[in-house]
Ligand binder design. Structure first.
Ligand SMILES: Cc1ncc(COP(=O)(O)O)c(C=O)c1O
Length: 396
């Protein structure tokens, strides 16, 4: 058994101390935000242990989001690749991506804490749309920060957020993408902690966010584990694959399989590969692997997928990588575009460019034998591709 499998089990993974995953995680925030983070930690710890809260979340996820999402065999692509590929269909959730799982958990938590406004950052716009949706459902207000460059490439989602009643604030500093939107959202939270909850969209940020977001997203992995147990003779797949931006869909997926022999593979964008190309540093309130220069200045990330265009990664992934329990690989934009077209043509599924990173790696790995013939691969398809059609149209 590998070290990681002994040290990390699905249920023992509440981070130690101030949210530490090994040397990563923690809470590096201005003093004025410490009480707010502590209040979120207290509220989440109580709510997660409260069967009434859990039942309400489960109910909303079922009657509003459409959970459980199916596990779809990708029959034609599997035949072409010589493997057995199963797709966990987060693209079929209400609003079209896994982001809604975490957002509804945090929105219910915010209401329990007496907050009536949600603040969010967004890159691809999916987390912003999910937050605006949850706010409309629960009668709350929303302010979404989005890099100006992302508002241009994701116009459809900006319009969706506005239709849902959200205020969308374009961020014009830095690279005008997700990193800058996160900084602005954190800055704004300092001025609005009294009545606002910061609904962070990935398994990153100061403690308790990486842990809390993973727990809200583990519904993906837990469902997929049960679905695999009933559909596979081996009970568990050989490989579990998900794309990694901040790391929430991958963290939620891996949580369901971390105590099985499955190989866990996180796929980073080549231009935003914090684990593969980064070093240890602090960004947006947590310590993890980040892209930075020799002076500790955060470098700009690049990906065709705006949700992966982030120079850091959630601390749990840096930890799982160190333990050797999960491996992290990269794919480039060209492979991603090719994978998007191939999945569309073989399976009739137009997936998000973020999700296509996972598909692209599976195509490459099945081709070069990294995934052996006949192996079973469970891949989380984190979202649908409508938002990316303008980008793909421009390319073609
Ligand atoms: C569809 C989709 N998948 C994946 C991601 C990446 O986020 P995470 O790594 O938190 O799952 C995003 C982020 O916007 C997204 O919209």
């Amino acid at each position: 058994m590998r070290v990681g499998q002994q040290a990390v089990t699905a249920d023992s993974r509440r981070p130690a101390g101030l949210g530490r995953f090994g040397e990563y995680g923690g809470r590096f925030v201005p003093e004025s935000l410490v009480p707010a983070c502590e209040a979120v930690e207290r509220a989440f710890t109580e709510a997660w242990a409260d069967p009434v809260f859990r039942a309400e979340l489960h109910h909303v996820l079922s009657i509003y989001v459409g959970r459980p999402t199916p596990l779809t065999p990708a029959a034609r692509l599997s035949a072409e690749l010589g493997i057995n590929l199963l797709l966990k269909r987060e693209d079929l959730t209400h609003t079209g991506s896994h982001k809604i799982n975490n957002v509804l958990g945090q929105a219910l938590l915010a209401r329990r804490m007496g907050k009536h406004r949600l603040i969010a950052e967004t890159g691809a716009g999916q987390h912003g749309v999910a937050t605006a949706t949850a706010a409309a459902l629960l009668g709350m207000q929303t302010t979404v920060f989005m890099g100006e460059r992302d508002t241009e490439r994701q116009q459809l989602n900006v319009f969706r957020m506005k239709m849902l009643g959200a205020e969308v604030i374009p961020v014009t500093t830095g690279s005008r993408t997700l990193k800058d939107a996160c900084s602005e959202a954190l800055r704004h939270w300092v001025t609005a902690v009294e009545d606002s909850h910061y609904c962070l969209g990935s398994a990153m940020g100061p403690h308790p966010y990486p842990w809390m977001v993973r727990q809200f997203q583990r519904v993906i992995g837990d469902e997929a584990r049960t679905q695999c147990a009933s559909s596979l003779s081996t009970g568990a797949p050989d490989f579990v694959v998900a794309c990694v931006g901040g790391g929430s869909n991958a963290a939620g997926t891996f949580a369901g399989f971390v105590d099985t022999p499955a190989r866990l593979v996180g796929v980073e964008a080549a231009g935003g590969a914090a684990i593969n190309a980064g070093s240890t540093g602090v960004l947006h309130g947590f310590r993890s692997k980040v892209l930075q220069d020799e002076h500790g200045q955060i470098s700009e990330a690049h990906s065709i997928a705006p949700g992966l265009d982030y120079p850091g990664v959630g601390p749990e992934h840096a930890y799982l990588a160190d333990l050797g329990r999960a491996s992290y690989v990269t794919v480039d934009d060209a492979e991603v575009v090719a994978a998007t077209h191939r999945l569309a043509r073989t399976e009739g599924i137009l997936c998000a460019l973020e999700s296509a990173h996972a598909v692209a790696w599976v195509i490459r790995a099945a081709g070069d034998g990294t995934i052996p013939p006949g192996a079973t691969v469970m891949l989380t398809l984190s979202g649908r591709g409508d938002k990316d059609m303008a980008t793909l149209m421009e390319l073609s």
